[in-house]
Design a protein around this ligand. Structure first.
Ligand SMILES: [Zn+2]
Ligand SMILES: [Zn+2]
Length: 330
C-alpha cells in the first residue's frame, strides 16, 4: 500500500514525509483493519514530524483522525463495510491508577495513533477495536475527519475549563479545533470572544457568529469566565490569563508550548484563577462529542490534499494558510 512515512534518522530541518510503498498491516486479534477513506491533519502531526515531540519509532506513518471502512476483523458494533473513526488515543493498559479512576486520558501506558503506532496517512490502517467509534451518517468522510481530534479535544477543553451554559468564553487562536468548538459553545448559549492573529482567522470567527473578534494583542471588552488557548505559545496563555475574572480558568489545548514566560502572580493568578493543560481524550469524550456534533449539525471547513501531498498539508497547517482543517485522502 501507499503511505506517507517519517524516518527518524533524517535530519530535523529537512524532515519530510516520504511517500512510499509499504506492506499492508496484518490483522491481529482485538483490532479492525480499515481501508482509509480520509485522515485529518492535526498540529500534533506537525510537532511529531518536526520533533517537538521525541521520535519513538524508526519508521512511522503519522495521522490520528482516521475515517476508515472496516475490511477485516469486524465487531458486533462495526461490521464489515461499516464506517468508523479512530482518534489520537489508540489504546490504554486498562489497569493503571488513572485507568481505574476514569482518567484513561492520563494512562501510564498509552498508545497514541500515528505516534506510538502507525496512523492513517496511508491506504490501510490497523486500530484497536475498542478504540474505534461508529460515525454518524450525516457527514461525509472528509467532513467527519477533523471532528476526530480537533473536535474531540476541543470539546474536552471545554470540559476541562468547566464551561457552564451562558458563560463568557474566550478562544485564543482560531484554527481547526477552535472553529469546531464555537458551534458547541453557541449551542450552550455562551458568548464567545475570539482573539487570534491573521485576518483570515478573524473573518472566519466573525462568519461563525463570535460575539467579539480581535487580534492577538487585543483584550475582550469584558472579563471572561473561561478561556481556551489553541496556539502552541506560552505568551498566548498569559494573554488569556489576563482576561479572566477571579476564579476563572484557562485551559491549554496544546500538546507542546514554545515556553512558559514569567508572569505577574499578584495580578494574573491571584484570586483563584486556574491554568490547566488538556491532555489527550477519553473514549467518553469522543462518543459524547460525536453525538453533539450530529445533534447540532457541525460541518467543518476542510481543504483536501491527496496522500502524495501530505507534506503540503503539514506545511499549510504550519503557515496557517488555510481556513478550517486539512484532510488527506489516499
Ligand atoms: Zn492505564
Ligand atoms: Zn490531534
Amino acid at each position: 500500500m501507499k503511505a506517507a512515512v517519517l524516518k527518524s534518522q533524517q535530519e530535523a530541518p529537512t524532515q519530510q514525509l516520504g511517500i512510499e510503498e509499504v506492506p499492508r498491516p496484518q490483522l491481529v486479534p482485538g483490532h479492525l483493519l480499515l481501508r482509509v477513506l480520509a485522515c485529518g491533519v492535526c498540529r500534533t502531526d506537525l510537532h511529531i514530524v518536526e520533533r517537538d515531540l521525541p521520535p519513538l519509532r524508526q519508521h512511522l506513518i503519522p495521522g490520528h483522525q482516521i475515517v476508515g471502512e472496516v475490511v477485516a476483523g469486524e465487531s458486533k458494533e462495526s461490521p464489515i463495510g461499516s464506517r468508523v473513526g479512530v482518534s489520537w488515543m489508540g489504546g490504554v493498559d486498562g489497569d493503571c491508577w488513572y485507568c481505574r479512576h476514569q482518567m484513561e486520558n492520563l494512562c501510564d501506558q498509552p498508545v497514541f495513533t500515528g505516534y506510538t503506532v502507525d496512523g492513517g496517512y496511508a491506504e490501510y490502517a490497523l486500530a484497536r477495536t475498542d478504540f474505534t467509534f461508529p460515525l454518524p451518517g450525516a457527514l461525509d468522510d472528509i467532513h467527519v475527519a477533523p471532528l476526530l481530534c480537533a473536535g474531540i479535544i476541543g470539546f474536552r477543553s471545554l470540559r476541562v475549563a468547566g464551561v457552564q451554559p451562558g458563560e463568557r468564553v474566550g478562544l485564543f487562536g482560531f484554527g481547526s479545533s477552535a472553529s469546531l468548538t464555537i458551534a458547541v459553545l453557541q449551542s450552550w448559549k455562551c458568548e464567545v470572544f475570539v482573539a487570534t492573529r491573521g485576518v483570515f482567522h478573524r473573518k472566519l470567527a466573525e462568519s461563525l457568529g463570535a460575539t467579539w473578534v480581535g487580534s492577538e494583542n487585543e483584550k475582550p471588552p469584558v472579563e471572561l469566565d473561561r478561556a481556551i488557548t489553541f496556539a502552541p505559545s506560552g505568551d498566548v496563555v498569559v494573554s488569556a490569563l489576563a482576561c479572566l475574572r477571579k476564579g476563572g480558568v484557562v485551559a491549554i489545548n496544546a500538546i507542546h508550548l514554545d515556553r512558559m514566560p514569567p508572569f505577574n502572580y499578584d495580578k494574573l493568578l491571584w484570586g483563584e484563577r486556574v491554568i490547566r493543560s488538556v491532555a489527550n481524550m477519553t473514549r467518553a469524550d469522543a462518543r459524547d462529542f460525536l453525538k453533539i456534533a450530529r445533534d447540532i449539525g457541525i460541518r467543518p471547513q476542510v481543504t483536501v490534499f491527496p496522500l502524495a501531498q501530505a507534506n503540503d498539508a503539514l506545511h499549510a497547517i504550519k503557515l496557517e494558510s488555510i481556513n478550517g482543517a486539512a484532510v488527506i485522502v489516499p
